[in-house]
Each structure stands twice: as structure tokens, then as C-alpha cells.
Design a protein around this ligand. Structure first.
Ligand SMILES: [Zn+2]
Ligand SMILES: [Zn+2]
Length: 123
């Protein structure tokens, strides 16, 4: 998974096939992924599974206000990739229906303050 950022517009781009774009003429920079840094615990991923239904929450008490919120989450399983964007003042949580043998491999969280974090272990 490769993401790019335009520092002028504060926008994030997801590279699905081949990156060759810009942002209305602005340069895009690869977005660094934080794997086990200072803000790890604040954005930690919680999984709650009932049968094939899984609820994925990023940061149990994370703020969802203008100055600090989780903008999106990307969930990778062995079968596919899910992208969930969040509104302000909503819960930073999504519920998915998995195939019966499907496991979640990796979750990316993008926070307006802490940028992109990656998780491969869940609570
Ligand atoms: Zn731009
Ligand atoms: Zn944050």
C-alpha cells in the first residue's frame, strides 16, 4: 500500500496501480508510515469479532474533533482491501463482514495530527 501527500493542500492520495500524478500541479510526496512510534498506543486497533462480523476501532478514546481526528482507516485482509473514511464527531470504527476463513492482516490509520500509522497486531 503506497500513499502520497500534497503538503500544500494537506490531501492524501492512494496509489492503486501506478503512481504518475500530481495534485493540481503540486508535487506529491510519499507518506511515511509510522510502525511502532510514540503515538502507537493512542491509535491502537481494537477488533471485536462475532462470527464473520468484525468491528474494527482505531484508538478507543481518540478525539474526532476538527483539530485532531482520524480521517480514514485502510484494512487489509488476505482477500482484499477496505477503505473507511470518517466524519468529524463520529466513531472511528467500522463493521465488516468477512469470508469465513478471512483474517485481518494489517490496518492503516490516518490521523490529522499523527499522520499514517500501521498496525499488524490488534487488541
Ligand atoms: Zn495540492
Ligand atoms: Zn491522533
Amino acid at each position: 500500500m503506497k500513499l502520497y501527500m500534497c503538503r500544500k493542500c494537506d490531501d492524501v492520495y492512494l496509489n492503486l496501480i501506478q503512481h504518475n500524478g500530481d495534485c493540481d500541479g503540486h508535487e506529491l510526496n510519499p507518506l511515511e508510515v509510522e510502525v511502532n512510534g510514540e503515538s502507537y498506543f493512542e491509535h491502537e486497533i481494537y477488533l471485536r469479532k462475532t462470527g464473520n462480523i468484525v468491528t474494527i476501532t482505531a484508538g478507543l478514546d481518540h478525539p474526532m474533533i476538527d483539530v485532531h481526528h482520524i480521517k480514514f482507516m485502510i484494512i487489509e485482509t488476505m482477500h482484499g482491501t477496505f477503505l473507511q473514511r470518517f466524519q468529524l464527531n463520529s466513531e472511528s470504527s467500522v463493521t465488516l463482514l468477512l469470508a469465513h476463513d478471512e483474517e485481518i492482516d494489517k490496518v492503516y490509520v490516518y490521523c490529522s495530527v499523527h499522520s499514517l500509522l500501521q498496525y499488524t497486531e490488534f487488541k
